[in-house]
Design a protein around this ligand. Structure first.
Ligand code: AMP
Ligand code: ZN
Length: 142
């Protein structure tokens, strides 16, 4: 059965619906990968399921696996395009754990030696710059 879960008040559901803009890197029937608008480093991107599920506790296991595979595909392309020293692939569950958007998502964040990580959600990036980085990562996708 198709998973059409959606929440009209959810900002990521609005991205899925095309109601608000995002610098999209790639999309499939199940997931969308796009640039984080308040990046904690250059290339900080997110993978979300199209269907609204708040957190890891609520995610259908099969969709969780699809998100993990999409995160790996994104991480490989991001590494190839941006050549960071490392990459974090992470996600938060619950406000106490740092979650601010309650639609499941994985952060894929390139990291460079000696460059302290900005707290995510702090500094809004230039949308045109995000589109340019999204295009660089997209060009490196396998
Ligand atoms: P979390 O703290 O794990 O819930 O992270 C939510 C992430 O979503 C933060 O890194 C925000 O910068 C990011 N974010 C919030 N709104 C948007 C948006 N409209 N487009 C892209 N990223 C967003
Ligand atoms: Zn949602």
């Amino acid at each position: 059965m198709a998973d059409n879960n959606s929440d009209p008040d959810c900002i990521f559901c609005k991205i899925v619906a095309g109601e608000i803009p995002a610098a999209i890197i790639f999309e499939t029937d199940e997931v969308i990968a796009f640039m984080d608008a308040f990046p904690s480093s250059k290339g900080h991107a997110l993978v979300i399921p199209r269907a609204h599920h708040p957190d890891v506790f609520e995610m259908p296991p099969s969709l969780l696996a699809i998100c993990a595979q999409a995160s790996q595909r994104l991480a490989l392309a991001s590494r190839k395009a941006l050549q960071p020293d490392g990459m974090t692939v992470t996600q938060f569950n619950g406000a106490a754990a740092g979650q601010t958007v309650f639609h499941y998502h994985q952060h894929v964040t390139p990291r460079w030696e000696g460059q302290p990580r900005r707290s995510h959600g702090e500094h809004m990036a230039d949308p045109e710059e995000l589109k340019a980085i999204a295009a660089e990562i997209r060009a490196a996708l396998d």
